[in-house]
Design a binder for this molecule. Structure first.
Ligand code: HEC
Length: 152
């Protein structure tokens, strides 16, 4: 068996190469495109809706958090006039309340408002053909990850 010191010295060049690699990676950090952020928001928003249909409230809280983080990324990486996102921020808070109080009716109301908001912004930004709607049943995820029983 080699003494520990020899092993450590032998590892040094490999360690500094890793540090260099990291520096290179930092300078070409991956930045998601606006379309990618939107696709993520859309996916989480749809999973949010299906979670509520299945009354999987824990997953609903998580998916709403994903929608929020999508909008946060959007604000950070693609700054827009604050008025563009004021309504989505307001409605997100209402959705959060509905999910936390497990109020399906209010959830549906605010989800519809949010959908209008998505489409309004797409119209304003010159992409009205990117029309989003309320998800349809049956859900495309086969209920596999959405069913509350799956977490048991
Ligand atoms: C503040 C404005 C704004 C809001 C609010 C907004 N979007 Fe978008 N969205 C855009 C823009 C701009 C694009 C076009 C992105 C591009 O050029 O790739 C887009 C694109 C998209 C796309 C197409 C992505 C692709 O590349 O296939 C989807 C899906 C989408 N949005 C969903 C949503 C959903 C769902 C909401 C609401 C929960 C929403 N958007 C809210 C501005 C917005």
């Amino acid at each position: 068996m080699r003494p520990l010191g020899v092993i450590l010295v032998a590892m040094l060049p490999a360690m500094s190469a890793t540090a260099e690699d990291e520096a290179t990676q930092d300078s070409i950090a991956y930045v998601p495109s606006l379309g990618e952020i939107m696709t993520k928001i859309e996916l989480s928003r749809s999973k949010l809706w299906y979670s509520v249909r299945l009354r999987n409230w824990t997953l609903a809280v998580y998916q709403l958090g994903q929608v929020k983080s999508g909008f946060r990324d959007l604000e950070l990486l693609y700054p827009m006039p604050t008025s563009d996102l004021a309504e989505t921020d307001r409605i997100t808070l209402l959705l959060e309340e509905a999910v936390k109080t497990k109020d399906e009716k209010r959830f549906d109301q605010f989800f519809a408002e949010m959908t209008d908001e998505c489409n309004d912004c797409h119209k304003t930004k010159g992409v009205p053909f990117l029309h989003v709607g309320v998800p349809k049943v049956p859900d495309p995820y086969g209920e596999r990850m959405l069913e509350p029983t799956m977490t048991r």
